[in-house]
Design a protein around this ligand. Structure first.
Ligand SMILES: Nc1nc2c([nH]c(=O)n2[C@H]2C[C@H](O)[C@@H](COP(=O)(O)OP(=O)(O)OP(=O)(O)O)O2)c(=O)[nH]1
Length: 141
């Protein structure tokens, strides 16, 4: 059986905006944007991994929501799952503490202004649909 490791990415939403994070490492991913998150450890629940990764990487206290339907292949053996998340009341504001050098809260109209990792594009698209965040909606259409 081929080993398969789930990476959980957070669709962290606040006020109708989605948080995007620019990777600072490794060199082949640096400068590209992703959903913050990381690998689910053996025996760990995906939602617990999400909360742990957001605390480590961004210094926030996040509440997981639901999984966005779908699964996106990354470099083998990794696959990306996306979960929605919110900041809990009293959480610190996110900061790029590790793995990232820049964060942006994107409105629906700004989503494609950043250079997402190629493999994240279909996941981001599905996430926007799931959240009902579309550029058309942002324009009030
Ligand atoms: N977190 C995250 N990783 C992604 C995304 N897209 C994508 O290709 N990846 C890749 C980058 C890494 O090769 C892998 C996840 O690694 P990571 O560095 O974020 O995970 P981690 O914190 O658990 O890593 P580690 O340093 O503990 O090994 O998945 C994404 O949207 N979010």
């Amino acid at each position: 059986m081929v080993e398969r490791i789930v990476v959980v990415g957070a669709a962290l939403v606040d006020g109708g905006r989605l948080l995007a994070a620019r990777r600072s490492a490794p060199v082949e991913l640096a400068g590209r944007w992703e959903l913050p998150g990381g690998k689910v450890e053996a025996g760990e629940r995906a939602d617990a991994a999400l909360v742990r990764e957001l605390r480590e990487e961004l210094g926030v206290d996040a509440e997981p929501g639901e999984r966005v339907p779908g699964e996106w292949p990354l470099k083998a053996p990794y696959v990306l799952h996306v979960w929605t998340a919110r900041l809990r009341p009293g959480s610190a504001a996110p900061e790029p503490l590790e793995d990232h050098d820049r964060l942006r809260w994107l409105t629906p109209a700004e989503i494609w202004d950043v250079d997402w990792l190629d493999q994240d594009v279909p996941a981001v698209r599905a996430t926007l649909t799931h959240l009902g965040l579309t550029a058309e909606k942002a324009r009030g259409a």
